[in-house]
Design a protein around this ligand. Structure first.
Ligand code: GCW
Length: 674
């Protein structure tokens, strides 16, 4: 449907190469459905001015000559530039668009740019073909816009197939091997290209025994997936286990400074590239939640990352080394260890020690993808390191795709955060290593389990392309593309249920930045003390007098001092700390008056009542759209709203009852608390 505007018209495709073929195929498909004609520049083509749309790869930037070898590999390989999205005005992925004398002209200097230009025309719809349009250029802010799939090949006994997956099984793996039928993967690649994503890691960062073999004897299966993704400009990456030389190579050590180990990796990487010449690189979770790593050998994480970087460098690959390193076997009695501090403590001292093709991949918050966290201080602390920001599109802690929680505003806030680094850059500019999201997609017919969770995927891709874009404008794009014939009533309804959904979720779950009041293990639903006496380092310290974690430098764990000024000072004092993060940084009495003028406990009661009411209201709005949405789509969302409303009430009643019982302070408005 969304291709209708292109389909009805005459298009000239000018360029050669596999991604140009993809562009041609897209336009031809649209013409087959909606009429129109597509011509490839050649003997039969007329003058450009006789077409409605010209899609051209300009000669100067080096276009179509792919040379010998695998289809498309040349173009994608040339994207591997370190950090910069390519040279020239447009780079390999940018494009220019203008309209004169009745012809819309898209020019790119690389084939991927042409593909993105086509999708831009599709987003513009009929507007792409109206009046005149002065030349404007578009190019991505960062060269790497990536999805990490936490997919297992084998179905894991506890986690299922996709770790923290809420959209069915894996798109890539089925019955213990790569899917034979890759049509759906091709459709996925197309969908991702349409929102600007250009890299995928195809397996879980917790690398189990079966999945370890993807690196070596099962690389052919990865190559099949890579071949399917390639025509849409997407490079394939793999999560690998740091212990691979032992578990796959039969060596006695995985010490990153051991010559035999280094040799083993060099050879393993060489074989990977002979199967997948445009292979993107590795994602590594090391010394984290039980995964092996360099600490075993008394080596640093720079030693570990650099060993892999050296092996990948000759082939243009990158190692994504995750900064999610902390003690997950903490004694809850120990108040001096603070999980929030861990990534900074481990990695800030290593600034400047990482190889050029090593990227430090940092979660946006210091803990673990909670509904509210401060921005990680790591992001401002390593100016001489290529850092990537990792967000979680899969809704592990934000309703597991049974609740509506559009994360655009949260991500946008994090990307606009200004850590006051010396160069005064925002997080989005500091993220020279790219933007990464943990994927929220599976083999579910609606892709994301909850159909409205598609908005998170789309928003992530578009924010990765342009991190300062207004997320609400992106949401409008998603609405227009998903419902091309949407009436204003439908668009308004979708905005009403999505816009505030993150804050609604925050209201009925964990208050004021406290986090982790979830049921242990699967993390769905409330359990205020579920993690309070656990080894995971995720405590709220509620007692009869108050709640929160003292992370000040003066009397607490010192985490607040990991920020530069003015943030360190702002977070240090309960008086200046923003309300929404108060309990993240401070332990305060229930009667503490927030900047909003309310006491902490009254804020807890009020937000929980409000949040549950907002969920009910959203369900009502959705029910009113039944005549405007395809029935199966509507029914799936409606069914999930039943669960969301039930869940929101459960959260409200458990959290409110817990704090009434702890504090003994009644609700100022006398509502029912149990
Ligand atoms: O949020 C936690 C999840 C784990 C995950 C881990 C990580 C893949 O609960 O399931 O493991 O983060 O990011 O590595």
């Amino acid at each position: 449907e969304t291709f209708r505007p292109v389909g009805g018209r005459r298009t000239l495709v000018d360029g050669t190469g596999p991604l140009v073929d993809t562009v041609h195929g897209e336009v031809a498909y649209a013409c087959a459905q909606f009429g129109g004609e597509v011509v490839v520049r050649g003997e039969k083509s007329d003058a450009s001015s006789s077409y409605d749309l010209v899609l051209r790869v300009a000669e100067a930037g080096g276009s179509g000559d792919t040379g010998p070898g695998l289809e498309g590999v040349g173009e994608l390989g040339s994207l591997g530039g370190l950090g910069s999205p390519g040279d020239g005005e447009l780079g390999a992925e940018g494009f220019a668009i203008e309209r004169t004398d009745g012809t819309t002209i898209v020019t790119a200097s690389g084939q991927p740019g042409l593909l993105y230009g086509l999708f831009h025309v599709v987003r513009l719809g009929e507007n792409a073909f109206r009046g005149t349009r002065a030349r404007e250029t578009h190019r991505p802010a960062t060269a790497l816009r990536m999805l990490d799939h936490w997919d297992n090949v084998a179905v894991h006994p506890v986690m299922g197939q996709v770790e923290r997956g809420y959209a069915g099984g894996s798109l890539f793996w089925q019955n213990g091997c790569a899917r034979q039928e890759l049509e759906r993967v091709r459709a996925y690649a197309r969908l991702l290209a349409a929102c600007g994503i250009n890299s995928i890691s195809v397996n879980n960062v917790n690398v189990h025994e079966t999945e370890a073999h993807l690196l070596t004897d099962r690389i052919g299966e990865v190559a099949d997936i890579a071949r399917t993704l390639r025509p849409y400009g997407i490079r394939t990456h793999l999560s690998v286990t740091f212990a691979a030389p032992i578990v796959l190579g039969g060596l006695s050590t995985a010490d990153p400074l051991d010559e035999a180990v280094r040799g083993w990796w060099a050879e393993a990487v060489r074989k990977v590239y002979s199967a997948i010449p445009d292979f993107g690189g590795f994602v590594v979770k090391a010394d984290s939640e039980g995964q092996p790593g360099p600490f075993t050998y008394g080596r640093s994480h720079a030693d570990g990352a650099n060993m892999l970087a050296v092996a990948l460098a000759p082939h243009g690959g990158t190692v994504h080394w995750r900064a999610f390193v902390y003690d997950h076997r903490q004694d809850w009695r120990d108040r001096s260890t603070d999980r929030a501090r861990a990534a900074y403590d481990h990695f800030a001292p290593l600034d400047g020690k990482f190889a050029d093709n090593a990227v430090l991949q940092v979660k946006h918050g210091p803990m673990d993808f909670q509904v509210r966290e401060p921005v990680s201080p790591v992001l401002g602390a390593l100016p001489r390191t290529r850092v990537a920001v990792e967000v979680q599109s899969t809704q592990e802690y934000t309703g597991q795709q049974r609740h509506v929680c559009w994360l655009g505003p949260m991500w946008s806030e994090a990307l606009r955060f200004h850590p006051e680094s010396e160069q005064r850059l925002r997080v989005a500019e500091l993220a020279r290593g790219g933007l990464v999201a943990v994927a929220n997609v599976g083999d579910d017919p609606f892709w994301t389990g909850h159909p409205l969770a598609q908005a998170n995927l789309y928003t992530f891709g578009r924010l990765a392309w342009q991190p300062d874009a207004d997320p609400h404008r992106i949401l409008d794009e998603w609405i227009a593309l998903t419902f091309p014939t949407a009436s204003e009533r439908l668009a308004a309804g979708l905005r009403a249920v999505l816009h505030g959904s993150w804050r609604t979720y925050e209201k009925y779950t964990a208050p004021l930045g406290v986090g982790f009041m979830v049921q242990p293990g699967h993390h769905y639903g409330p359990s205020v003390d579920g993690y309070e006496y656990s080894p995971w380092g995720t405590y709220h310290f509620a007692d009869r007098d108050g709640i929160g974690v003292d992370r000040s430098a003066a009397t607490g764990t010192g985490y607040a001092a990991q920020y530069a000024k003015p943030w360190a000072e702002l977070f240090e004092s309960a008086a200046s700390c923003p309300d929404e993060l108060l309990l993240f940084f401070h332990h305060v009495p229930y009667g503490h008056v927030l900047r909003s003028g309310k006491t902490v406990v009254q804020h807890i009661y009020d937000t929980h009542f409000e949040g549950a009411e907002e969920a009910e209201e959203a369900r009502r709005v959705w029910a009113g759209l039944a005549d405007l949405v395809e029935p199966a789509w509507h029914a799936r969302v409606a069914e999930r709203y039943e669960e969301q409303v039930r869940g929101a009430r459960e959260w409200r009643d458990q959290v409110n009852s817990y704090f009434l019982r702890k504090s003994g302070i009644p609700d100022g408005r006398g509502r029912t608390i149990y």
